[in-house]
Design a protein around this ligand. Sequence first.
Ligand code: TUI
Length: 311
Amino acid sequence: MKTEITELLGIEYPVIQGGMAWVAECHLAAAVSNAGGLGLIAAAAAPAEWVREQIRKTRELTDKPFGVNIMLMSPEADEVAKVIVEEGVKVVTTGAGNPEKYMAAWKETGVKVIPVIASVALARRMERCGADAVVAEGTEAGGHIGEITTMALVPQVVDAVKIPVIAAGGIADGRGMAAAFMLGAKGIQMGTVFAASKESVIHENYKNSILKAKDIDSRVTGRSTGHPIRVLRNDMVRKYLELEQNGADFEEMEKLTLGSLRRAVQEGDAKNGSLMAGQIAGLVKEERSCSDIITDTVKKAEQLMGVSVNE
Ligand code: TUI
């Protein structure tokens, strides 16, 4: 399946893995890349040296292209930006901010830069400062989100920029992929379905929470603090939303969420951990390999579109 994205990145299928904090490490990244997509290591708030180590480990597990996702709110972001250059990483995606100050250094060394954006304004700005593509991520996505749905955001971003657009948020199968192409996207990014894949190293309780989730099981915490995060509902989320509704102060709410993603991913605390996942979790019913996920998704999308995407 050839599109501007497969050509830009030198990959077989225009499928990118989401940069999921604590979830997207070397094994998942390599599995997605080996399956013909673009695997990503999520730098999240991890130390830059951890990212370097993960890059080197991923290279041992795959000879295909892979990338690093930088979470721009991380205090380590400056250091991670340097590690990307030093280690010769080919692709970087960014989230939760504006990566402008790193663009010149990355472009100079030939790193392909794909910011994840949630608005037309940021997409335009990223194109002006040299982005190679953008991921337009709708509010259906898991984790830190914007306001606009994928259905409304993708065509508006497609009309606003000339660089290729990758659609994200609410996509977990070939129907979602075909819909994204109809909106003008040249590729898709999926997170939740890969978090629940066989190669994902997250605790089985977290995986089971995704597999069990229904359509209405996600909630958004942090709307009042300006950091909206989509997670699956549990005891912690109920308490958080109660505090938020009662106008509790930031520190009180922060106490609940501090370390909560690690508690979910590593300890399997499905009650008090932060189970970041998208609204599409209800569609993810079984643990499949990354290769099965990608080939099923692409096959179904091609069948629905009736043509190969380059025609
Ligand atoms: O970044 C994501 N998803 C994430 S990051 C994350 S880790 C985290 N943990 C706690 C608090 C915050 C983050 C978990 N999930 N997706 C990409 C994304 N970026 N969605 C929305 C945005 C975004 C939002 C505002 C990008 C830029 C922006 O404003 C930039 C500006 O300065 O204008």
